[in-house]
Ligand binder design. Structure first.
Ligand code: G3P
Length: 219
């Protein structure tokens, strides 16, 4: 499974990249607004230079022509850019056109298996089911991931399943058990994947025992 960070924060991206386990980054308008960079394009370029992998950048237009214009501009920024396009009618049309132009896309705001099927048929490079937001409204986000993987396996679609809106480590573990291609997660969740209280206690004990050892005196 590939690990993406769901952030536009350069320091978080630098740290995760330094651990050698970061495969990509996803941003969205909310995450970029949170960083409030003076120059959005420059900020995205800097992210792309840190990450040796795909970086999702989202269009904010909601009409076909506007989305295409933004998508082409984003794609020309850096070869790592994957253009995020919302799952709406004009978005589906834009994904199809961009696929024909060789521009990678990530179909975002996906909440049903039907939408995921449409995204794959349109030729999206990635589909982003939002698991946490579904859980928030009392529906299983992970069940959606399972359904999408089943549907895609029947037809051999090349669209990769990118599990988004991840809130905790079990979202990542369950998605991995199902064989999802990618999980994009906040920095905190990536840290939580590494941590375990028994590891901390165990290490503390090993180090304490090592300090207490009988150092043999010289002959
Ligand atoms: O980037 C899209 C998605 O991951 C957003 O997550 O936590 O705002 O539901 P969240």
């Amino acid at each position: 499974m590939k690990f993406f960070l769901d952030t536009a924060n350069l320091e978080e991206i630098r740290q995760a990249a330094s651990w050698g386990i970061l495969d990509g980054v996803t941003t969205n308008p909310t995450l970029l607004a949170r960083e409030n960079p003076l120059d959005v394009q420059e900020h995205l370029y800097r992210i792309c230079e840190i990450v040796q992998g795909p970086v999702s950048a989202e269009v904010v237009a909601t009409d076909y022509e506007g989305m295409l214009e933004e998508a082409r501009a984003l794609a020309s920024l850096h070869p790592h850019i994957v253009v995020k396009v919302p799952m709406i009618r004009d978005g589906v049309r834009a994904i199809r056109t961009l696929a024909q132009e060789g521009i990678s896309t990530n179909c975002t705001l996906v909440f049903s298996p039907a939408q995921a099927l449409v995204a794959a048929k349109a030729g999206a490079s990635y589909v982003s089911p939002f698991v946490g937001r579904l859980d928030d409204v009392g529906t299983s986000g992970l069940e959606l991931v399972r359904q999408i993987l089943t549907i895609y396996s029947h037809y051999g679609f090349e669209t990769r399943v990118l599990v988004a809106s991840v809130r905790h480590p079990m979202h990542v573990v369950e998605a991995a058990l199902m064989g999802a291609d990618v999980c994009t997660m906040p920095f905190k969740v990536l840290e939580q994947l590494i941590q375990h209280p028994l590891t901390d206690v165990g290490l503390e004990r090993f180090l304490a025992d090592w300090q207490k050892r009988q150092v043999s005196s010289a002959p």
